[in-house]
Design a protein around this ligand. Structure first.
Ligand SMILES: [Zn+2]
Length: 139
């Protein structure tokens, strides 16, 4: 083998080596791209899945809420406030039922004790005496 031939052979070998390396690199790059692509696709799919799950959860919550509302409506609304009102109005009626009372100041009889006011000392005063008491306290 001549020196020129040897040189040529070495060059060819070097070139083919470089080509091989370039091909390997291109291969590597293609593989990486494919991987990235499949990763992106997987991420997209996961996002879609989690969005669908969130949507499903949201809808389940809405359904649950409306069902809870439907169930709680007949229990809470008519029952508690109405019976409370009824009781309160019974108490009011008892309070309003007339009971004669005497003013402890002027000793006038009043047919309804609600016409009198209990003052701080516990005495029952009529409106007249109360007004007098107030004006006396002010002067
Ligand atoms: Zn009086």
């Amino acid at each position: 083998m001549s020196e020129a031939q040897e040189k040529l052979e070495a060059e060819v070998q070097a070139r083919s080596k470089a080509e091989e390396q370039a091909r390997a690199e291109a291969d590597e790059r293609a593989k990486a791209e494919a991987k990235a692509e499949s990763e992106t696709a997987a991420k997209l799919e996961a996002e879609q899945r989690s969005r669908a799950e969130a949507q499903a959860r949201h809808e389940a919550e809405k359904r649950l809420q409306s069902e809870a509302l439907k169930q709680s409506k007949p229990q809470i609304l008519p029952d508690i406030p109405q019976s409370y009102d009824a009781k309160a109005s019974v108490i009011d009626a008892a309070k309003l039922s007339r009971k004669p009372a005497k003013c402890e100041c002027c000793e006038r009889e009043y047919p309804d004790e609600n016409q009198l006011t209990r003052i701080d000392s516990g005495q029952m005063f009529c409106q007249d005496c109360l007004a007098e008491l107030k004006s006396a306290a002010m002067s």
